[in-house]
Design a protein around this ligand. Structure first.
Ligand code: FES
Length: 416
């Protein structure tokens, strides 16, 4: 008599009592459905109502054969390509440089984890492993392919971002466009109050090459007749090869001196050599969010629970501000954003953030962002106009000379 063995697999389940049938996991998440779930977890991260969970289920063991870098391997059926690679001892890391495969977003947006599957680039984190697949992970082979990632929502922008100089921002709410922007999908953070979650977590789109995205943004620039082109997200810096080529392509397509290339980032994966590469490629403006000064605040805002990882990310944010100011002040425009809500941080910490930024450069442009209820933090109360006036005064008292506040009534600009 034959024995039946079982393996434990992760499978997504919907918590019916929480699900409001918004359809996000069905229409925006690239998912084969619960019946064919491979446990990638992207629906769990994406669901704004936290109605998806991963459960361990036991299933009869059925193996599939994959050829990985030319060698045959057997893995249980029901895994993603990434899980299969992990199972045969590939080292996976969230931050770049820490393993064989870097997986910052894990939701199919950034394509940093892309490997060759049957000859085509595919994001390993969400691609189901199937019988007979030929998988190539070797960097020398992967780099021969043009990088890809998901980018969408090419559009005109009336106020720009934190890296847009204040003197270009409209004094009255919305009367002209000053910038065009596109949005990269996927983020390494898990902010419960993500202000752009529909883009961050959606993965059901066709990926673009850097040139395709640069061409679309250039055409959008022509349509809106502006000089500034921005990439935001999600987090645009996650896929370094893609972003550097995108910036280079934008520079090639926009040779006029007025063209500005602006990157809006949380800066948690940026390093000095990466920043240098972006500047060399053509980046002219950068907006950096600093999500707190204290580690607990950073973890509260970003939803990152691993203290060591959070510590590294927070350091990278602050190091980016200092590095860009020290090396590129006057050459690259830098603006800093502070996500503000009283639930995130006290006025005392806000003052400390302002003091630290002022010690780097008192004329640094700093924009306090009034975080509204969004995504999984619908209980937040958007700061009132009067509260944001107080925030502005605290930041100015800390020594900063150029403070902007985003408020429910539009931006309050510096007096200068
Ligand atoms: S980690 Fe796989 S797409 Fe971002």
């Amino acid at each position: 008599m034959l024995s039946v063995f079982f393996v434990k697999l992760l499978k997504a389940k919907t918590l019916r009592e929480r699900c409001v049938k918004c359809g996000f996991c069905t229409y925006y998440v690239n998912c084969p459905g619960e019946e064919d779930c491979h446990g990638c977890g992207s629906c769990v991260d994406a669901c704004p109502y936290e109605a998806k969970v991963l459960l361990k289920v036991e299933v009869p063991d059925r193996y599939i054969t994959l050829r990985i870098n030319g060698e045959k391997h057997q893995v249980p059926r029901g895994f993603t390509v990434l899980k299969a690679l992990e199972l045969i001892d590939f080292k996976i890391s969230r931050l770049p440089g820490g393993g064989d495969i870097c997986t910052p977003c894990m939701t199919g947006g950034c394509w940093s984890c892309a490997v060759l599957v049957n000859g085509s680039l595919k994001p390993s984190c969400i691609t189901p492993a199937r019988e007979g697949m030929e998988i190539v992970t070797r960097a020398d082979e992967v780099v021969k392919r043009t990088p890809l990632r998901l980018v969408s929502s090419f559009q005109g922008h009336p106020v720009g971002g934190v890296g847009t100089p204040y003197w270009l921002k409209p004094k009255e709410p919305f009367y002209r466009y000053i910038e065009v922007a596109c949005f990269a999908h996927g983020c390494i953070l898990r902010c419960p109050s993500c202000q752009n979650w529909e883009i961050t977590y959606s993965s059901n789109e066709d990926p673009l090459t850097p040139f395709q995205a640069a061409y679309l943004l250039t055409e959008t620039r022509r349509l809106y007749n502006v000089d500034r082109m921005a990439i935001s997200g999600g987090e645009p810096t996650l896929n370094r090869r893609w972003l550097v080529e995108f910036v280079r392509s934008l520079k090639t397509l926009n040779v006029d001196e007025r063209a500005r290339i602006h990157i809006d980032t949380n800066a948690v994966v940026l390093t000095p050599d990466y920043i240098d590469e972006l500047v060399e490629a053509g980046m002219t403006d950068i907006g950096v969010d600093v999500k707190g000064l204290r580690l607990e605040t950073f973890m509260r805002i970003t939803g990152i629970r691993d203290r060591e990882l959070a510590k590294k990310m927070l350091e990278n944010e602050w190091n980016t501000v200092k590095y860009v100011v020290d090396k590129y002040w006057g050459k690259v425009f830098i603006g800093v954003g502070i996500p503000y809500n009283r639930v995130f941080m006290s006025f005392e910490e806000l003052y400390e953030i302002g003091s630290r930024l002022a010690s780097i450069e008192p004329n640094l442009q700093v924009c306090a962002l009034d975080y509204r209820p969004e995504f999984r933090a619908r209980h937040l109360r958007r700061p009132s106009f009067e509260e944001m006036l107080k925030v502005k005064k605290i930041l100015e008292d800390s020594g900063l000379k150029v403070v902007i506040c985003q408020t429910v009534r539009g931006h309050i600009l510096p007096a200068t």
